[in-house]
Design a protein around this ligand. Structure first.
Ligand SMILES: [Zn+2]
Length: 451
């Protein structure tokens, strides 16, 4: 078996994945806060960790991939207020939209997608434990983590204490014993329309504690890989690590793996900056194949610019594979050159998940196949493409359905995400009436000409 290494943020170097139980790997990646449609930057961790799971499964591991959905948050309260609807309703709507949009990436779903609002019991238990152990304190219905009670604080981000800013602004600043402390539980405030009972009164969880609780409840502690965007290293991951270790006396995760930001016009793509490309529109404009190829074209740790040049390059790479595949046949690949290139591909992924180097090997394979002429067996290429979620490039291109049929399919996906199956069935019948069939597969739904 290949040794698989990943860059670990706290130690700053490559480290081998060392499973607690032989052959099993747990991955937790922080997911979106659902207050608006997700953008291409939010999609990057979803793609990186979904594909990392595919590679680890290929290497023989039994992988559980957990990606949470943050559905209780100030941003959700603000956005719901602006639209004049309940925050729970907005969160539900945007969670469905997130599922439909990421489904359209055709990479399948994470194994578990916990909601903060459904993990309140575990969150309260964890906070109570921190209070018992002297790492947290209550003031007027708020509970804060006492950062200086935990001497290892800073071990994830290596920030100096003087530079640390929890980003909580003036909120609670009079109640905190130390400006470094951060909120675990927030007392219910007027204007907030969701609250839960707790030993400290009605309120709601802070952001960081939910991930500690959700990760532990589904993967246990000391699990193999904790992931997320590099913008979460501080304070979010620093705080997650501190909470769990202070409460349980053991680390939350073994490796902390962070993806670089997606940039638009040389700035981090973010709703707050206003330079976003909504994921669904990007999929409609470029196609999911080119988008996956685009993400794989950059090393996951590096920032990646979302620009025309890169997207065109990705589209050209997609066409190159499709064109080469036209003259290939199903069956085993040439022994003379194929195994060596496939090994290069796998070795590149085994060393800090280097997709650009892996793609170079894959396109080396395509060049060899083109040189060899028609009739090359596609088995090894299919195996490599499957790891990248692009095996469909070997299939004959389906006839494109007209725009109205595609719109019906998109509406059906939304209905299914909202569990409105009667509406979903009605839309499928409408699609059928226009001469197309919906086939649901692991790549998401496909439209095929009706028979
Ligand atoms: Zn998180």
């Amino acid at each position: 078996m290949r040794t698989i290494t990943l860059h670990d943020t706290p130690t700053g170097g490559l480290r081998a994945i060392e499973p607690r139980e032989p052959g099993r790997i747990g991955i937790y990646a922080c997911g979106p806060t659902v207050y608006g449609p997700i953008h291409v930057g939010n999609a990057r961790p979803f793609v990186v960790f979904s594909l990392l799971k595919r590679f680890l499964v290929h290497e023989g591991f039994d992988v559980t991939f957990v990606a949470n959905i943050t559905d209780v948050n100030d941003k959700i309260y603000d956005a719901a207020r602006a639209r004049g609807i309940d925050s729970a309703q907005l969160a539900r709507e945007m969670a469905h939209r997130y599922v439909a949009d990421t489904d359209a990436l055709g990479l399948g779903r994470p194994d578990r997608e916990p909601l903060a609002s459904e993990t309140i019991g575990e969150i309260v238990e964890l906070i109570a434990r921190l209070v018992d152990r002297g790492h947290a304190y209550e003031v007027d219905g708020d509970v804060y983590f006492a950062v200086r009670s935990y001497p290892q604080y800073g071990q994830i981000s290596h920030q100096r204490v003087e530079q640390m800013d929890q980003g909580e602004g003036i909120e609670g600043s009079e109640r905190k014993r130390d400006p470094l402390d951060f909120a675990l539980w927030k007392n219910h405030k007027p204007g907030e329309d969701t609250a839960w009972e707790s030993p400290w009164g009605r309120g709601r969880p802070g952001w960081h504690i939910e991930c500690s609780a959700m990760a532990e409840s589904l993967l246990g502690i000391d699990f193999e890989i904790h992931g997320g965007g590099a913008d979460l290293i501080f304070p979010h991951h620093e705080n997650e690590a501190a909470q769990t270790c202070a409460a349980r006396g053991a680390p939350l995760a073994r490796l902390w793996v962070h993806n670089g930001m997606v940039r638009l016009d040389k700035q981090k793509m973010a709703k707050s900056v206003g330079n976003i490309s909504v994921l669904r529109e990007a999929i409609e404009a470029h196609g999911r194949d080119a988008l996956i190829m685009y993400f794989c074209g950059g090393h996951y740790r590096q920032p990646i610019e979302f620009d025309e040049q890169r997207l065109e390059q990705a589209a050209a790479s997609v066409r190159r594979v499709r064109e080469a595949a036209r003259t290939m046949i199903a069956g085993s690949s040439p022994r003379a050159w194929s195994p060596a290139l496939k090994e290069q591909f796998l070795d590149a992924l085994a060393e800090d998940y280097n997709t650009p180097r892996a793609l170079a090997a894959l396109f080396g394979w395509v060049s060899e196949a083109n040189r060899a002429g028609p009739g090359v067996g596609d088995a090894d290429l299919r195996e490599m493409l499957e790891i990248l979620g692009l095996e469909n490039l070997l299939d004959a291109e389906p006839l494109a359905a007209p725009a109205d049929v595609r719109a019906l399919l998109a509406a059906r996906e939304l209905a299914r995400a909202a569990r409105d199956y009667a509406e979903a069935d009605r839309l499928r019948d409408a699609i059928r009436a226009r001469g197309w069939e919906v086939r649901d597969g692991p790549q998401g739904p496909q439209l095929l000409p009706g028979t």
